[in-house]
Each structure stands twice: as C-alpha cells, then as structure tokens.
Design a protein around this ligand. Structure first.
Ligand code: ZN
Length: 292
C-alpha cells in the first residue's frame, strides 16, 4: 500500500461528526499516513486537539480563517499563541486572505451564513499577525487565498515567514506567481475539486489552469482534499458521503486517492514516484520536528 498524506483538511467540522469512525477506518484501508487538520476559528481549536489525541495520523493546526476573521473575539491572538505553545508539534492554519467573499460571492451563499465579512485591511492584519507568530515559533503556516494574490505576495514579502516554509492550499493563483511564491518558501497543494475545470480553461478567479500544476517545482508539491469542503466532480468521486445538514455535498477525505492519481496523470509521472516525492515534502514541511 502506498503511503498517502493529505496536506489540508477539516476532520473537526461538525458535518463529519456522525461519519468519523467509518471515515477513519477507510483512511487506514487506503494507506493514509498523515493529514493536517486545520482549525479555522476559536471554537473548533479544542475539537482539533481532542481528535489529534484520538487519531495518530492527525497533524493539528490552529488558526483564524479569513471567513471567521470578522467574528473573532478580542483575545483571539493571545488564545492562539497559548494553543500553539501548549502543542509544540502543531502548526498555524488555516489563515489567509479572501477577496471573493467581499465582492465575488453570490448573495445568499450558505457558506457565509452568520459571518461578518471582514474588510481586506482587517483580514491582512489578522493574516500578518498569524504569519509572524508562525515565524516566531517556526511552525508551518497553511494559507487560504481567493482572488487576493497581489496583497498576499506583498504581505508575505513584508512579514517574517516561517523558516520551514508555508503552504498555499488549493493554489488558484496565476502561473506567473508560482516562481515568486516558491522563492519565499511556498509549497502548493493540489485539490481534485479543480478537475471540474476543463483542461485549458481558467478557474473562476480567472487565474489557474489545470496544466499549471506541471509548473510547480517537484520539491514543493503537496496533495489535499480540504474535506468536507471542495467536493469532487461526480464522475471523479470514489468515496461518497451522505449530504450535510443543509443538503450540501460533503467531500470524503479518502478522495485523497483521486487527487494523487489526477496529479500524477497531469504531470505524466508514475503515481509511485509522486507518492514518494509528496511524502518527502510533507515530512520536510510538517513533520521535521528537529527544527522546532
Ligand atoms: Zn480549508
């Protein structure tokens, strides 16, 4: 069995709670060795901690997601620091910048229900303070970015960054920015949700194309699901979950298999070679505890 790693998912989300034991059994069957579980708001950090004690494949990560930025508590940054100091093997994430939720989202999108949308300046302040914390503690930072790649590059240049590097999860930025981000220490994780874009067409943000994934340097490649978010197109889905409480499609974390197979085919490389490369990259970014 090939050792698989999921660089970015959310096993702590409530929608997965009734399915967790079955999912964990399937993940063992497919050979999953590690997954970074990203806490995205103050309320779900303790859930990540509890799950990390229960499942040995979980690499915990704590952060304030840009969607949750507007609802943060006054003491959020001090709580995050305390959380990271209490868990020396944990990383920072999910953090980031999101302009889509300010001016790209369709009115009534249930994903933003009940959230106060934080303006860009507020998001940038929350992002850079978390990036600085990751740098100070030398934890990897897992970064979400939608339609804000210019400000992201500026902030990454102007802020101390973790020496071990950082992850641009489900990278949807322009091909021309892969080099500049990589120079600053970026890793890039491929998500099989991108298979919904026809080969050659651009993502809704107008940037990335499937074939851009051939341009990522091999030593910076990772693979992810973002489960239960980012469900795969129907024809690619191998592992199914029943719909969530609001009828939303849920992505099964075992679909990580599909992401590996699709990325190997895009890069015209044998799956075994990709698996070995991703294992080295995942270990260097997330499991190299000698650096901590
Ligand atoms: Zn995520």
């Amino acid at each position: 069995m090939l050792p698989l790693y999921d660089a970015h998912q959310h096993f702590q989300f409530d929608e997965l709670a009734p399915h967790r034991p079955a999912i964990a059994a399937t993940l063992r069957e497919i050979g999953l060795k590690g997954a970074v579980i990203n806490g995205s708001c103050e309320q779900d950090w303790p859930v990540v901690t509890t799950l990390a004690k229960q499942y040995d494949w979980i690499v915990p990560s704590y952060g304030l997601h840009p969607w949750d930025c507007g609802n943060r508590s006054p003491q959020w940054l001090a709580s995050l620091r305390a959380q990271l100091e209490a868990h020396p093997l944990a990383h920072v994430g999910e953090i980031g910048l999101d302009r889509w939720m300010i001016d790209g989202v369709k009115p009534g999108d249930p994903r933003l229900d009940g959230l106060r949308v934080a303006p860009m300046e507020e998001q940038r302040e929350a992002f850079t303070s978390q990036l600085g914390l990751a740098a100070a503690l030398n934890r990897a930072a897992s970064v979400h970015c939608l339609q804000a790649f210019g400000p992201l590059l500026e902030d990454l240049k102007d802020t101390p960054r973790p020496a071990r590097g950082f992850l641009l999860h489900a990278y949807s930025g322009p091909a021309e920015m892969i080099g500049p981000f990589a120079e600053l220490g970026a890793y890039f994780s491929f998500n099989a949700n991108f298979l919904k874009h026809k080969s050659g067409s651009r993502s809704p943000g107008g940037y990335s194309r499937l074939q851009d994934w051939k341009l990522i340097p091999a030593d910076r490649l990772l693979v992810e699901t973002d489960a239960p978010a980012m469900p795969l197109p129907k024809e690619w889905t191998v592992h199914l979950l029943p719909a969530g409480p609001q009828g939303e499609k849920l992505n099964h974390p075992a679909n990580i298999e599909v992401a590996y197979a699709a990325l190997a085919s895009l890069r015209k490389t044998p799956v075994e070679a990709l698996v070995n490369q991703v294992e080295k990259n995942f270990q260097r970014l997330f499991l190299n505890h000698a650096q901590l």
